[in-house]
Ligand binder design. Structure first.
Ligand SMILES: [Zn+2]
Length: 501
């Protein structure tokens, strides 16, 4: 028995003007064949899958295809996506015959001219392996599920959590779903419902009993405990996508069609009824910074959704650092930027040098306002660490050469490349203690809460500029289906799930 495994992973943000090229896949590691199996043996969804399958008594042989993962950013260029898909498919062709295929995907990857990358990959995989072979894919909770994806895969297994703290478990669940189909010979159908809504991410915390998402997570996990249900997922969708099939979705894969339909309809109906519970509560940036400054002790976290590097923004916006530098901070104020030119200048100047830095408006001319700031180079370092928590398990991160630029007690961490700028280990790598700060900026709409909820005295989601605005429906999206909430109010809508065998 032989199972092929590959990974294609990026959350795209089409409001980000920076194209994603092949070079953007290199920092997280491009792997082929056995190297994929070795390097990802305990990393993210592939690690969960590999470890699960290695415990099967049938002892299947694993055939590593290719692994391409890039940090969220703008659309993938046509040349790059053609090369990536060809690379995965050529290796699958060479690996044949196999008995099943597992793909670790994000589900919200967009290339120029290809709005449904995962659907296209699954279609081409299906064309290679034929209609009967089990093809299972794992997906992020912010996946944009398309009908093509559902039709071409045997089962799609979504994260249940946001913050995404179940990446490894999702790989394990994908292995369990595959086992039912491949070994137990389960004959499954999928109930699929697309909803005319996009759920904002800020309040969608599946780990917080006060969040609208909490009971959806409980419901999905309870459903999967039912032996008739292989997998159940609710995709709130990545909102910053201008694509024709944008929208949240519910999918339920089961051996018993009426059960799949019932659960799918119920979940879709509940999501529709409770959509307003997702609308974000934002604090104006000057107010949030003033409140943080007035806090005599404890950590205040400013959630920066709009310039969230986790959501594919450029990470170059200057609004927050500008506001922070208006105050004297008794305890450190920590904030971050993706600014390769600022790192190079800091390297030229050297540690201890004082100069006036030009920041912003280089990578992102739409949302990032250029500023000049008097700084001292406090540290030069490599932004390399292992991410475990939201989005990653044992995931090697390399944001390249980096620097700490100090203005008073404001510490601005500038990196060469984008990445998980919210991560506590990123600040530690720079020699700073994130939990001892007075205020810290987390470029993330919700996922940062996994690391900071228990440490923060206060958390404010700030209203600030960026490619991932919290009020995305106030921005002109051209190429999306309408009506779509919250762009449009929709009086009446009722789910009508379709069954796909
Ligand atoms: Zn996500």
């Amino acid at each position: 028995m032989r199972i092929a495994i590959g990974q294609l992973w990026q959350e795209t943000n089409t409001l980000n003007p920076l194209p994603t090229t092949r070079a953007d896949f290199e920092p997280l590691g491009i792997y082929f064949g056995d190297e994929l199996l070795t390097k990802l043996a305990d990393v993210n969804e592939p690690g969960g899958f590999i470890q699960s399958v290695r415990q099967w008594p049938e002892n299947p042989e694993l055939a590593g295809l290719a692994r391409f993962a890039a940090w969220p950013s703008g659309p993938v260029t046509p040349d790059t996506i053609a090369e990536l898909l060809t690379s995965i498919l050529d290796r699958l062709r060479t690996a044949l015959p196999v008995d099943a295929v597992y793909l670790a995907l994000h589900g919200a990857m967009v290339a120029e001219g290809m709005p449904d990358v995962e659907g296209e990959l699954l279609r081409q995989v299906r064309a290679l392996v034929g209609p009967r072979m089990p093809v299972v894919a794992s997906l992020d909770l912010h996946t944009n599920v398309t009908r093509q994806m559902v039709e071409q895969a045997s089962a799609l297994v979504l994260y249940h959590t946001a913050p995404h703290i179940d990446v490894c478990e999702t790989g394990q669940r994908a292995a369990a779903a595959l086992r039912h189909i491949l070994i137990d010979r389960a004959v499954v159908v999928t109930a699929f419902q697309k909803l005319p809504l996009v759920a904002p991410a800020e309040r969608a915390n599946t780990q917080d009993p006060a969040s609208v998402s909490f009971k959806f997570r409980e419901c999905l996990q309870r459903a999967e405990a039912d032996p008739d249900i292989l997998c159940a997922g609710l995709a709130t969708v990545q909102p910053w996508l201008e694509i024709p099939e944008l929208g949240s979705a519910v999918i339920v894969t089961s051996t018993y069609a009426p059960k799949a339909l019932r659960l799918c309809r119920d979940l879709a109906e509940q999501l529709w009824q409770q959509r307003r519970g997702y609308l974000p509560e934002l604090t104006d940036l000057p107010d949030a910074v003033r409140l943080a400054h007035a806090e005599p002790d404890g950590l205040v976290v400013l959630g920066d959704a709009a310039d969230s590097t986790n959501s594919g923004s450029t990470g170059e916006c200057t609004a927050i650092v500008s506001e922070l530098t208006r105050y004297d901070w008794p305890r450190p104020a920590l904030t971050t930027m993706v600014a390769p030119y600022a790192v190079e200048e800091a390297q030229r100047q050297g540690v201890g040098a004082r100069y006036t830095a030009d920041l912003g408006g280089v990578r992102d001319r739409r949302f990032s306002t250029p500023i000049r700031l008097d700084v001292e180079v406090a540290n030069l370092f490599d932004a390399r660490f292992t991410l475990t928590g939201h989005i990653g398990k044992n995931m090697p991160i390399d944001m390249g050469p980096a620097a700490v630029l100090k203005h008073g007690n404001v510490h601005l961490l500038v990196t060469t490349r984008s990445g998980p700028h919210f991560a506590p280990d990123f600040f530690r790598t720079a020699g700073l203690d994130p939990f001892a700060a007075q205020v810290l900026t987390a470029k993330s709409p919700c996922g940062f809460r996994a690391a900071y909820q228990d440490h923060a005295k206060k958390i404010y989601m700030v209203r600030s500029p960026g490619c991932a605005p919290s009020d995305f429906w106030n921005h002109p999206y051209l190429n999306i289906p309408r009506p779509l909430w919250p762009w449009d109010e929709i009086d009446a809508w009722a789910p009508e799930p379709v069954l796909i065998a």
